[in-house]
Design a protein around this ligand. Structure first.
Ligand code: ADP
Ligand code: MG
Length: 302
């Protein structure tokens, strides 16, 4: 379909990110409901064109079930509008709800989610020669059918370099040591995304981002380079799971596996073979579970 910004009607807000807002909209002519991300863009015409070209390439990812469907992108009053499939939640909101209502994240959920993400990233690398560059819980989306899909492919690279982005308030570091530590910064390697995936797994498995004990983004980045890599606690996770994470979080990217090796690891094999854990049921149960009453401020109004 050909989408024109004036044909889109806002239904509700889906979320806000560092660069703009994502809204659920209806395309009046076709009745299609989509998620539209509006990015305030200060980038020049040249890189706008390049960004559109790359986004167009994303259309070809439609045959990949682990990618959020991409409907099209356009410029409107200097903003970039990116139209994509609506999903029911994102992994960041989802895992926070799991902890908020006092439950734990099952390892099989982590395993199946991870399998989808690795399959999606592997497809994009093999078929389209694309690296994501911004793997993190909010870019992993879930729906009530039990599908797990990656979004925001090919966007982050254009906006600003990721170091500046991470230093933005509220951003936790998902980037690997080699992206922070100078020298190798020019060549972006798939294994950067593998590190980010490892951080994502630790975050949802433990309920906190592994570098959140350090206060400022700058200090957090320093720890990524200086400290031993994060790992899963021994209790509560199988050795296969711990080993998978350990391999994703090799500080030296030469030691870090690429997707074919990850896909062959016992942790993902278990995810592929398991028939007991029903993703759709788990997601629906959680989305439908009442949230505990939010901790409202007890301060009296002044
Ligand atoms: P970030 O990924 O940095 O949080 P974004 O602007 O990409 O910022 O997204 C903001 C929020 O909007 C996400 O956290 C997610 O919850 C929601 N969101 C983004 N895309 C979709 C989508 N296709 N369907 C449903 N929700 C979405
Ligand atoms: Mg995003």
């Amino acid at each position: 379909i050909d989408i024109c910004a004036t044909d889109l009607m806002v239904i509700e807000e889906l979320g806000k990110g560092g660069y703009g807002i994502v809204e659920k909209m209806e395309h009046k002519q076709s009745g299609i409901i989509m998620a539209v991300k509006r990015i305030k863009s200060s980038i020049n015409d040249q890189s706008q064109k390049q960004m559109l070209t790359e986004l167009e390439a994303c259309k070809r990812s439609d045959c990949c079930p682990q990618m959020v469907r991409f409907y099209g992108a356009m410029f409107r009053e200097g903003d970039v509008w990116i139209c994509m499939e609506v999903m029911d939640t994102s992994l960041d909101k989802f895992y926070k709800k799991i902890y908020r209502i006092g439950r734990r994240v099952p390892e099989l959920f982590i395993a199946k989610m991870t399998l989808s993400v690795v399959e999606g990233l592997n497809f994009m690398k093999e078929q389209m020669h694309l690296i994501h560059r911004d793997v993190k819980p909010s870019n992993i989306l879930l729906n009530r059918h039990g599908q797990v899909k990656i979004c925001d492919f090919g966007i982050s690279g254009h906006l600003t370099n990721s170091l500046a982005k991470t230093v933005q308030a509220g951003c936790k570091p998902y980037m690997p040591p080699e992206r922070i530590d100078g020298e190798t910064k020019s060549a972006y390697d798939v294994r950067a995304d593998v590190w980010s995936l490892g951080i994502t797994i630790v975050e949802i498995a433990t309920g906190t981002h592994p570098y959140s004990t350090w206060k400022t983004p700058f200090e957090q980045l320093k720890q990524v380079v200086k400290e031993p890599p994060p790992k899963l606690p021994r209790d509560g996770f199988t050795l296969d799971c711990q080993y998978f994470v350990k391999r994703c979080l090799e500080k030296d990217y030469n030691e870090r596996p690429k997707y074919p090796e990850l896909l062959a690891m016992p942790f993902l094999e278990m995810a592929r073979n398991d028939k007991s854990f029903i993703m759709a049921k788990f997601i629906n149960d959680l989305l439908d579970a009442p949230s505990n009453a939010p901790q409202t401020s007890t301060k009296p109004p002044s």
